[in-house]
Design a binder for this molecule. Structure first.
Ligand SMILES: CC(C)(CNC(=O)c1ccc(Oc2ccccc2)cc1)c1ccc2c(N)nc(N)nc2n1
Length: 328
């Protein structure tokens, strides 16, 4: 192939592999066989090896970076990453609802989202290309972990639209990956991770991206920058649907509720069902859905008044340990 044909083919392979990767990892609906995907990736790698100037920064071949870092830089978040106030029982939720109705002066609709037990992250895109990833840190300044986040297949390197946007989400390790990792560490005589959350945090703090890439991490995104209103959405539900359209993985168990009683029923369902999930959750996040209602409520110093985290009691496994301790 001559230079022009080569450039065209590289562009075509980039587009195909982004599309097939999104279908496979985010939609869980493969468009081609693994063999064909690998064949295209091999072809791209060969062209890139012979023509390094044709390596796009967001090329699917660039997920696992080369060099081992010596440390993590600091990132000042464009918007603060706020925390959530907690609810521990139904009465706390009803109180939250009463306050919201009083501030808004009308009935409130909510959206309930599973609270993934992982690590909060921020990912930034410029013109649709992944440019930076960071941890929450203290909410204003986080650690730059771009190279490690690039290895996570459910984080798109290129969005479906060339927008510049900052997205918030939770990086986590699925239960199966956690069990496999601890079995491997056990064999190697290494200390097991206490839980998937620690395993995810430990993996994202690796200085060698190849180790992070081996840890089968995933991400659910749950927010746009400060809030979605800057991007034309008028509710949290809208913002989540928009994020899915851009190519992100959003959690499919979310549900809009038109009353706090419906929220309480939804939470009751998940207290039972959480064991069936492929990942750990430590509660349910309840958010006022409409952004105009959120604005009426505003913020406290560290968290929005329009969201609350209903926390599940600690897993029964801890109470078993307690029983053993108490019995000796
Ligand atoms: C609601 C919010 C706290 C995110 N929102 C923000 O951090 C945030 C930040 C600035 C905002 O607006 C401002 C913009 C500029 C200055 C000050 C505020 C608005 C929201 C949050 C936190 C943790 C969550 C979690 N673990 N799981 C789910 N599913 N959702 C979650 N949502």
């Amino acid at each position: 192939m001559d230079r022009i044909e080569l450039e065209k083919r590289v562009e075509e392979l980039n587009n195909l592999l982004h599309e097939y990767g999104h279908a496979y990892y985010v939609l869980d609906k493969p468009l081609v066989s693994d063999a064909l995907y690998d064949q295209y990736m091999q072809e791209l790698l060969e062209i890139e090896a012979g023509n390094p100037d044709l390596i796009f920064p967001d090329s699917p071949s660039q997920r696992v970076g080369g060099e081992v870092l010596t440390g993590f830089g600091k990132v000042l978040h464009t918007f603060p990453m706020l925390s959530l106030s907690n609810a521990f029982n139904d009465e706390d939720l009803r109180e939250f609802d009463r306050r919201a109705q009083a501030a808004a002066g009308h009935d409130i609709s909510y959206i309930c989202e599973l609270k993934i037990d992982g690590l909060a992250i921020a990912i930034r895109y410029e013109d649709g290309k992944f440019v930076q990833g960071s941890t929450r840190g203290d909410g204003r300044v986080g650690e730059e972990i771009t190279m490690n986040l690039k290895t996570i297949q459910t984080i798109p390197l290129r969005l479906k639209e060339p927008v510049s946007i900052e997205v918030r989400g939770e990086a986590y390790m699925p239960k199966k990956a956690f069990a496999k990792l601890n079995a491997k560490r056990d064999e190697a005589g290494e200390e097991p991770f206490a839980n998937p959350r620690n395993a995810a945090a430990g993996s994202l703090r690796q200085l060698d991206p190849k180790i992070a890439a081996s840890r089968n991490l995933a991400v659910f995104v749950y927010g746009i920058g400060g809030d979605g209103s800057a991007y034309g959405q008028d509710s949290q539900s809208d913002a989540l649907n928009h994020l899915a359209k851009l190519g992100f993985e959003t959690n499919q168990e979310r549900q809009r509720c038109t009353s706090i009683e419906e929220v309480i029923d939804y939470i009751g369902k998940w207290v039972e069902k959480r064991a069936d999930l492929d990942y750990e959750i430590d509660g349910i996040v309840v958010k006022v859905d409409k952004f105009e209602d959120q604005e009426q409520l505003g913020f406290t110093a560290k968290s929005p008044k329009w969201a609350i985290a209903y926390k599940f009691p600690a897993e029964e496994v801890t109470t078993k340990l307690l029983d053993i301790e108490l019995s000796v």
